[in-house]
Design a protein around this ligand. Structure first.
Ligand code: SF4
Length: 251
């Protein structure tokens, strides 16, 4: 698909999704021609989407990136969520050779030492597995919300991901955290117990800490870095090629 075609379809989808509720948004994507993949990190937003996919038996693949550095609570929630909704959450792991190369160059926890090392770690543990999870997909569904950080304040319902050659769908873009929490309570959706211990945003264990009252939701992610726009690269399209060579073709 050309860049113009992707952008035109994304714009039309964004408009169509805006007037629908969550189930309607996901049903619309599931009904399109082409494979749809939802990648979950098991965060509270992602659990809302997984519950909607499972409850409505939608034809959307659910995948997660098992980085090897996740919290025990997150790993347990993968199994619990599969049992609750009778779905398969496909696990994508980093390649051992990539991890060995990272550790040889930077050390197991070398990501604390430099932004370059941190990006390299996210590259091998997240970006390359993500590329495999999205192979052959036309639509990539995420739990991004505008309220998660200033960096995400303009998140659209659908956007062209030129680097990956697909359309990214953000069906919770306009939901705030209070609405998410109310929905989870009303539908008894299982969530990570770390959320109630001060972790609104949960990533890898060594790179996530609890936040203080009043801090932004993502303040506990890579807290030692100064860049206010820090991300792991999953949602920064150009990072796919800049963080790891040939990432857009990585298998
Ligand atoms: S979040 Fe931390 S441990 Fe996880 S992949 Fe990125 S740098 Fe590595």
């Amino acid at each position: 698909m050309t860049t113009q075609t992707l952008e035109a379809e994304a714009a039309a989808l964004s408009e169509a999704l805006e007037g629908l509720d969550l189930a309607g948004r996901l049903a619309l994507i599931a009904g399109l021609e082409g494979r749809a993949v939802f990648t979950t990190s098991l965060g509270i937003e992602d659990q809302v989407i997984t519950a909607a996919i499972g409850t409505n038996r939608l034809d959307i693949d659910v995948a997660t990136l098992k980085t090897g550095r996740l919290f025990t609570e997150t790993v347990a929630l993968i199994d619990e969520t599969e049992e609750t909704y009778g779905i398969l959450i496909k696990r994508f792991h980093p390649e051992k050779a990539d991890i060995d190369a990272f550790v040889a160059q930077y050390g197991m926890n070398g990501f604390y030492e430099s932004v370059e090392a941190r990006h390299a770690c996210c590259g091998v543990r997240k970006l390359k597995p993500l590329a495999r999870a999205l192979e052959g997909a036309s639509y990539w569904i995420t739990g991004l919300r505008r309220g998660q950080s200033g960096n995400r304040a303009a998140t659209p319902f659908a956007e062209a991901d030129i680097e990956r050659g697909l359309i990214k769908i953000n069906p919770l873009a306009d939901w705030d955290i209070e609405t998410i929490r109310a929905h989870v309570a009303a539908h008894a959706i299982p969530v990570n117990p770390l959320h109630s211990r001060g972790y609104p945003s949960i990533g890898c264990e060594p790179c996530t800490r609890a936040i203080k009252p009043g801090e932004p939701e993502r303040a506990g992610r890579w807290w030692w870095e100064n860049d206010e726009k820090r991300e792991c690269g999953l949602h920064v399209p150009e990072a796919a090629s800049s963080i790891i060579p040939n990432a857009s073709n990585a298998a």
